[in-house]
Design a protein around this ligand. Structure first.
Ligand code: ATP
Ligand code: MG
Length: 422
């Protein structure tokens, strides 16, 4: 029996990976432009880190983590998200005390969820975390940064920003108490999951997709009734800043996020084009997390975007093309060796052009077919005759021009001028 990939672990084919790359490039360029610094975080952390930050009763910790004992008997977990790791990282490396930090990271996260379109057990995120800034100004900066990435990708029209404020911990406690009191009256009418959550994580009931539960929720107390003054000011200023910058948003009181550490600002960027998995980016403030994990009180705010879902929103690219510029074809041992050497010369001389040498021999005609399929604009041809004369044949693959002959010693300069004129 052939061995297959583990369920929920995606294989990403070249054409698909190109879309991921476009998302990453757009995000990286934007983060650079805002002066954010990239950091590298491990994939494995102590299990305790997530238990103590994300929360014991959250979906992630209660049922989605890949946890195992390593050879020393330590309980380790493949990271299900990056914020807790980033806080651990910043604290351990002394980045927080009296400092402001704008950090980001990217890579796979792991959650044992039910796999479906847009939901995998290994998925890619880019996470952005800011530390040491308590005001709404940094919240708005993060949202503007997101909006700029969406514009770069040309998907801004498909995404809407939904915002909410969770207030402070008293807000949450008061609201939770009232919510539980209200929902308990309808206990038997709630869906099973929500009945369970009523005991473990009542706020998540607001996320329920069950029609009956949604109906009951219509009359439920709303969190904003319990907001403290400072939190109200915070969200009001944030909204004013967004208004001023022309970023539109929707206040959605149902957004509570699935993790325990959030307070005040929470947000999601949502699309209607991906079915049920419509949230491509989510985040918010977590002012209590650094101290909760043993550090000094440090205000913090961040978000994570899901690359798998964002890549699905982009128009697909040509499946076959490797996106080459120059493709070398050759016949005969001497020609093959010359092609390898000339290709290296061109890689030295030409900036950002991709050049490939056909390997494995074969007839010229078959090789040229490969050259054409590679997307290259030029095929450079070497046979016995060219080797003897110190020349190459240059065939234009994307225009009807006649094939020409160029001296090998002048090939690099010829190519520079050819691509310069393009
Ligand atoms: P969802 O409500 O879709 O389960 P979430 O609230 O669990 O999302 P976060 O933990 O906030 O998601 O992660 C941020 C982003 O990472 C999500 O908006 C989504 O784009 C992506 N993401 C989360 N879980 C998965 C997954 N299992 N597969 C693919 N992408 C995911
Ligand atoms: Mg989830």
């Amino acid at each position: 029996m052939k061995i297959q990939a583990v369920r929920g672990m995606q294989d990403i084919l070249p054409a698909q990976k190109k879309l991921y790359r476009r998302v990453e490039d757009a995000a990286r360029a934007t983060l650079d432009a805002y002066g954010y610094q990239e950091v590298g975080l491990p994939l494995l952390e102590q299990t305790r880190l997530f238990q103590r930050s994300v929360g014991e009763n959250t979906d992630i910790v209660a049922k989605e983590m890949y946890t195992f004992e390593d050879r020393n008997g330590d309980s380790l977990t493949l990271r299900p998200e990056g914020t807790a790791s980033c806080v651990r990282f910043g604290e351990e490396n002394g980045l927080f005390f009296n400092q402001m930090q704008r950090l980001w990271y990217s890579g796979p996260m792991f959650r044992h969820e039910r796999p479906q379109k847009g939901r995998y057990r290994q998925f890619e995120q880019i996470g952005v975390e800011c530390f040491g800034m308590p005001g709404p100004d940094i919240d708005s900066e993060l949202l503007l940064l997101c909006a700029r990435i969406w514009r770069k990708l040309g998907i801004e029209d498909q995404l809407r920003l939904e915002l909410n404020s969770l207030g402070n911990s008293e807000t949450r406690d008061q609201f939770t108490t009232h919510l539980v009191e209200y929902l308990s009256r309808y206990l038997n009418d709630l869906d099973e999951e929500s009945q369970r959550r009523l005991k473990t994580n009542p706020l998540r009931i607001l996320d329920s997709k069950d029609d009956r539960t949604r109906d009951i929720l219509k009359e439920a107390p709303v969190l904003s009734q319990f907001l403290d003054d400072e939190s109200r000011q915070h969200i009001d200023s944030l909204c004013a800043m967004l208004d001023q910058s022309g970023v539109s948003y929707l206040i959605n009181p149902a957004i509570v996020r699935g993790l325990d550490y959030y307070n005040r600002t929470v947000f999601e960027w949502v699309t209607d084009n991906l079915g049920a998995q419509g949230t491509v980016c989510g985040g918010g403030r977590y002012d209590g997390l650094v101290s909760q994990l043993g550090g000094k009180d440090t205000p913090a705010v961040g978000f994570a975007m899901g690359l798998d879902r964002l890549a699905m929103m982009l128009p697909s690219v040509d499946e076959d093309s490797a996106g080459l510029d120059i493709f070398f074809v050759s016949q005969g041992g001497a020609a093959r060796a010359a092609a390898v050497g000339l290709a290296e010369d061109l890689r030295n001389a030409l900036n950002a052009k991709s050049i490939q040498v056909h390997c494995g021999g074969g007839k010229f005609k078959a090789q040229l077919k490969k050259a054409d399929a590679s997307g290259a604009s030029l095929a450079i041809i070497l046979g016995e005759e060219e080797v003897e004369n110190g020349t190459v044949g240059v065939k234009y693959l994307r225009s009807r021009r006649e094939q020409i002959t160029v001296n090998q010693s002048e090939l690099a300069i010829w190519c520079q001028s050819h691509f310069g004129k393009e």
